[in-house]
Design a protein around this ligand. Sequence first.
Ligand code: NIG
Ligand code: FE
Length: 439
Amino acid sequence: MSTIFINAAQVVTCSGPPRARRGAEMNDAGILDGAGVAVVEGSISAVAPREDLERQHPDAEIIDCGGRVLTPGLVDSHTHAIFGRARYEEQEQRAAGVGYMEIARRGGGIHSSVADLRSRSEDDLYSLARDRVARLASYGSTTIEVKSGYGLSLDDELKSLRVVARLSRDLPVRLVPTWLGAHEIPLDYRESDSRRRDYIHLLVHQMLPLIAAEGLARFADVFCEPGVFTVDETRSILQASAAAGLGIKLHADELEPHGGAELGVELGAVSADHLGAISDAGIAALASSSTVATLLPGTMFFLGRHRQAPARRMIDAGAAISLATDFNPGTSPTFNFPLILTLGVSQLRMTVAEALVAATVNGAAALGLAARTGQIAPGYSADLALWEAEDVREIPYWYGDRRCMGTWVRGKPCHSHKPADNLNLSRPPEPGSARQSRP
Ligand code: NIG
Ligand code: FE
């Protein structure tokens, strides 16, 4: 079974070695004019002139790109897509000057999402997450990392990760599960240092072995931040996770610099994420490592912060940057990965090529998938996105628009978007704080 994609205005290949692009390498997205792409058994077999491909595959199904832009499907390497209700009440609190950490200290923030998630059945969470993952995919993502982290108990973390496993089986999009049991210290473990140690013991000695044994997560992540998990706690949780066979990631230097990036490098993390407050030493450490720096400019934008991660300095130092949505109910409730590319260019001052590389090949590297997805090159999974654009620079330019016309995963249609889809009113209402729908 073969397919040939023809008549694309541009094919953005991002092709090259199966590893993250760093420094100046990021500025080459491998844009080809007049190329076709052949897909055999779900994998890309050739990128060549249309005539050559038609000669080699006379019986192939033809997909006419109609003068649009074809790119690798986007790789969203950081989302918290398993949650219950929305948290729109916090947006006005922040606008009135109450800080993110202060909202959390008052019992809002992550804790309110935890209380809500614990009250929901697995089926309820599944249907909420299914709709949200489909929306993420509708903007061009073909691989999406999904974290747990609003359960914070053995049963509720398992419930969250089982939802991801079910979605993986039921949806065509490629999902990568990450265990984030160390997203916060739950409220009932906060009254003393010894209770705090009890929670870390629960993470390492009860949750981790079960999650690893059931194969429910590929990565472990920790929210390493002053006021949440310390550098030493993060180190011990992630070392145990690595010993249990999981890859490791961390939320690092998001709001205050505290050596999080350096810790990621020390532990050989596949990525260190956020980095809005990274230090010069952290930049130097990342630049000389294979740890990908995952930047999440939508989070800083939504929180109304004026400081973004110093992407330019990081790239110039030789680091490998990826971009992702950080989709979550508290700090980045967007489905729109192309909007993150816009922020990458306008706020992080990246070139369009750097932003695209960051959202494809480097996102894949941040998930240990650099040899499988994120490039249009022979041997890669046929994970593709077609855009309503004649020039790739239109993708970040028409900001906030949904220009993705369709995606393919492993050569099979994943998402197709027609403007009339917007008129489908049959969707169940979003559970919000004002009118919560509980099972
Ligand atoms: O990536 N930083 C920690 N976690 C999320 C926010 C979680 C929340 O507010 O619900 C983040 O920004
Ligand atoms: Fe996050």
